[in-house]
Design a protein around this ligand. Structure first.
Ligand code: FEO
Length: 171
C-alpha cells in the first residue's frame, strides 16, 4: 500500500498534469486564432503528452493500492502578447512542473518509498526534454523576431511534431 502522504502528493501532481494539458490546449486555440497552424499543432501534441503523464500517474497510483481523486482544474490564460511570449510561458510552466517532480522525489526519498522513487525517474528525464524542446523554439523565435518569413518557416517545422505515447500508455 502506498503511503497516504504520497497518495495525496500524486493526486496533486495529476492536477498539475491536467492543468498543463488545459494550458496547452488554450495555447493551441490562441495559435489557431492568429493562423499559426503549426504552432497550434505543436501545442495539441504537448497537451496530449500531458494527458499521457496524467495516465502514467493514475496507473501507478492504482497499481500501488492508492485511490485516484480528481479535483478542480483552474482556468488557463487564453491570450498571449506574441508567439514568443506563449513559448516563454511554456518554458516557465515546465520549470514549475520540474520543481514539483523534484519535490515528489524528495518526499519518496524522505519516506523511503523506493518504488515511487524509481517510477519518478522517468519524469525527471522527461522534464529535461520538455524544457529543452520549449527552449529550442524560443531560441528560433528570438532569431526571427523581425522576420515574418522566418516565423512562417518555424510554424511549418512545428507542424511536423507528432504524438508518440510513452511505453505502456494508451489514452
Ligand atoms: Fe507533464 Fe510537461 O510536464
Amino acid at each position: 500500500m502506498i503511503d497516504k502522504k504520497m497518495e495525496a502528493a500524486i493526486n496533486e501532481q495529476m492536477n498539475w498534469e491536467l492543468y498543463s494539458s488545459y494550458l496547452y490546449f488554450s495555447m493551441a486555440a490562441y495559435f489557431d486564432s492568429i493562423n499559426l497552424k503549426g504552432c497550434s499543432s505543436w501545442m495539441r501534441v504537448q497537451a496530449m503528452e500531458e494527458q499521457a503523464h496524467t495516465k502514467k500517474f493514475y496507473d501507478f497510483l492504482t497499481s500501488r493500492g492508492g485511490r485516484v481523486v480528481l479535483s478542480d482544474i483552474k482556468a488557463p490564460p487564453s491570450e498571449w502578447e506574441t508567439p514568443l511570449a506563449a513559448f516563454e510561458n511554456v518554458l516557465e510552466h515546465e520549470q514549475v512542473v520540474t520543481g514539483k517532480i523534484n519535490a515528489l522525489l524528495d518526499l519518496a526519498l524522505e519516506i523511503r518509498d523506493h518504488a515511487t522513487g524509481s517510477f519518478l525517474k522517468w519524469f525527471v528525464d522527461e522534464q529535461v526534454e520538455e524544457e529543452e524542446s520549449a527552449d529550442e523554439v524560443i531560441q528560433s523565435l528570438k532569431l526571427n523576431q523581425d522576420n515574418p518569413g522566418g516565423l512562417f518557416m518555424i510554424d511549418k517545422e512545428l507542424a511536423a511534431r507528432t504524438f508518440v505515447p510513452p511505453a505502456g500508455v494508451t489514452l
